[in-house]
Design a protein around this ligand. Structure first.
Ligand code: CA
Length: 232
């Protein structure tokens, strides 16, 4: 049997959701395998080597956050968490445990494909060299010279603004949690200072967005973190 596309492992105990995931993924050329429990998920992940794991946080025999931690002890396979609306704390815990992104139920096939595409691209980039520049609509960020250009003109960034924007750009398309950003930029002693982020994100938006009050590039994920789009 020849593989048609990347293998996705979906860990989900709801049969209707599994059917939706199978139909969406196979129609987009992915190989698909599913697991209805944490135990099955571990067995499939170790024997089938999926390229992406979709992981429901509420499983009958364990929780997805703990499973994420266990996967991360031996695997770098991107994990996209699937969770119910309003479960922000669970999502954040899963992201901080090593999950790459999340989808909130209900979601459509388009959103699912976009998240998987970003996860696969980041996994492949992590395995090889990263690009020296990042481009998104009017933005061009030069990682070598540490310069930002908007519509071709250089825009001055403070060191903290540059650090934040480059972190977001290196993970473009993925959400970065408040804790992750604070730890990377200000250090582990400042992970409860979400107001720093609000101030700096507002400054960045004034520099990169055509209408900073209606951001199209730098998106707030309420209660979770920030996401720089990977395309517009
Ligand atoms: Ca469930």
């Amino acid at each position: 049997m020849t593989r048609t596309g990347p293998l996705v492992l979906a860990v989900e105990d709801d049969p209707q959701m599994r059917r939706f995931l199978r139909a969406s993924l196979t129609s987009h050329g992915f190989e698909f395998v599913d697991a209805a429990s944490a135990k099955e998920a571990m067995a499939e992940a170790t024997t089938r080597t999926p390229e992406v794991i979709l992981l429901d946080l509420g499983l009958p025999d364990g929780d997805g956050v703990e499973l994420t931690r266990r996967f991360r002890e031996w695997s770098h396979t991107p994990i996209i968490v699937i969770s119910a609306r309003g479960r922000e704390a669970d999502k954040i815990e899963a992201l901080d445990a090593g999950a790459d992104d999340y989808l909130t139920k209900p979601f459509g096939a388009g959103e699912l494909m976009a998240r998987i595409r970003v996860a696969l691209r980041h996994a492949r980039q992590a395995a090889g060299a990263t690009a020296p520049t990042f481009e998104l609509g009017p933005l061009r960020l030069d990682f070598v010279r540490r310069q930002l250009f908007v519509e071709g003109s250089e825009v001055h960034l403070t060191p903290i603004e540059y650090r934040l924007l480059s972190l977001l750009a290196q993970s473009a398309g993925r959400v970065l949690t408040h804790t992750h950003l604070l730890k990377e930029v200000w250090g582990t002693g400042h992970t409860d200072q979400a107001q720093y982020l609000r101030v700096y994100m507002a400054q960045l938006r004034r520099k990169i967005e055509s209408d900073p009050t209606r951001p199209k590039l730098l998106i707030t994920e309420p209660g979770v973190g920030y996401r720089l789009r990977d395309q517009i």
